[in-house]
Design a protein around this ligand. Structure first.
Ligand SMILES: *Cc1c(COP(=O)(O)O)cnc(C)c1O
Length: 385
């Protein structure tokens, strides 16, 4: 990929394929080769590629009113905020729109400063984004270390360890941020009661509880928000990835007393809540509701969990809904990604022995079966011995 090397920075490394079109759960590369897309733009294309509802909504919006800034209201931003508020089940919820997950978490971090406190507790190996504030929350040393010094006052405790949380949360804690299921770390589900415990320690100390649902939100786990399995209610929810169905859109939703911490002038984003991105989000939500996609997610999920557990070389299948992590008995995950690509399948390896899949939420059972077939063949080819 000479043109990439000669014109783009090296921060992602160099991709090996160039994609030119997509339809549903399939994408085509510049050579005309077709791939079954089991990563969906990293859990963003919740309705797959080129869904007619998104195409229609975006096309109509761009020809009606493309952008206004937040000096003005427009129908989509109002309707989307009301929808998200409804999903939280809490009329006190207030939404701030931005363009990405990192920005949603930056907004949460700034919001927490308005409590008058500055200490933050986050978890080791978590991922909250790459901007300096979000990176300070992120718990992965490989991403943090080259950019130190980061924000002060942020401590990282082992994910899933309630006692470590209890020790770190105190009356100086402004916020605690947790992914309900860690995504980038390799799809890691915390022990039962973990989120409840963290909620309790936050309540005892008056700290805000932030659930980073950037990856686990918008139906990915079979619920609107990735924490719902726990029954716990956070003070702040951050969203992005799936929210815009492939268009850049993020949100920071604050509930209860936290919903009024920001005063006019405290924060902003020129593109945040843009009419086109919010039109796409409204189309995503209405399709998920109309096509009963949350139920579908749970059906395909059950199928995949059952089938993948039987694949030779897979030692664990974990996650929720259509965010699934597969641990392998050999450190061949990167090779497996390459082999799968050869065989016409896109998947991701967060580490040497973990595969992550996050297909479109409307993936057909037929394509789920096809995935199992290709994945099984690819794994058999790269496993040694
Ligand atoms: C991807 C991700 C982010 C960062 O989102 P960007 O849009 O890349 O800034 C933050 N938190 C979680 C849990 C994520 O998965």
């Amino acid at each position: 990929m000479k043109r990439w090397i000669n014109s783009l920075q090296d921060n992602y490394g160099t991709p090996s394929i160039e994609l030119v079109s997509g339809k549903g759960s399939y994408v085509k590369d510049a050579q005309g080769k077709l791939y079954l897309d089991f990563l969906a733009g990293i859990a963003t294309n919740v309705l797959g590629h080129g869904h007619p509802a998104i195409v229609k909504a975006v096309t109509k919006q761009v020809s009606t009113l493309g952008h206004v800034s937040n000096f003005y209201a427009h129908p989509n931003v109002l309707q989307l905020a009301e929808k998200l508020q409804k999903f939280t089940g809490d009329k006190s919820a207030r939404v701030f729109f931005c363009n990405s997950g990192a920005e949603a978490n930056e907004a949460a971090l700034k919001l927490s400063r308005r409590t008058g406190r500055t200490s933050v507790v986050a978890t080791k190996e978590s991922f909250h984004g790459r901007t300096m504030g979000a990176l300070s929350l992120t718990g992965q040393p490989s991403k943090r270390n080259p950019f130190k010094p980061l924000l002060r006052g942020i401590s990282h405790v082992t994910f899933g360890d309630s006692r470590a949380m209890k020790r770190k949360i105190n009356k100086r804690t402004a916020m605690v941020i947790v992914e309900p299921i860690m995504g980038e770390a390799g799809v890691i589900v915390p022990p039962a009661n973990y989120l409840q415990d963290v909620r309790r320690y936050c309540d005892e100390n008056g700290a805000l509880l932030v659930f980073d649902c950037v990856q686990t939100g918008m139906g990915r786990t079979g619920d609107w928000f990735g924490y719902e399995y726990s029954g716990v209610k956070p003070d702040v929810i951050t969203l992005a990835k799936g929210l815009g169905g492939g268009l850049p859109l993020g949100a920071m939703i604050a509930l209860g007393p936290a919903s009024h911490l920001f005063k006019a002038g405290d924060h902003g984003s020129t593109f945040g809540g843009n009419p086109i991105a919010t039109a796409a989000a409204l189309a995503v939500i209405s399709a998920i509701e109309k096509e009963k996609i949350l139920i579908h997610v749970n059906e395909v999920s059950s199928y995949l969990f059952a089938e993948l557990a039987l694949v030779p070389g897979v030692t664990e299948v974990r996650g929720a809904g259509l965010l699934i992590g597969l641990t392998l008995d050999q450190g061949c995950a990167k090779e497996l990604v390459k082999k799968s690509q050869e065989l016409g399948l896109l998947i991701n390896a967060p580490s040497e022995s973990i595969i992550r899949i996050a297909p479109a939420l409307n993936i057909s059972l037929r394509d789920a079966k096809k995935f199992v077939t290709i994945f099984t063949a690819a794994l058999a080819q790269v496993r040694h011995g």
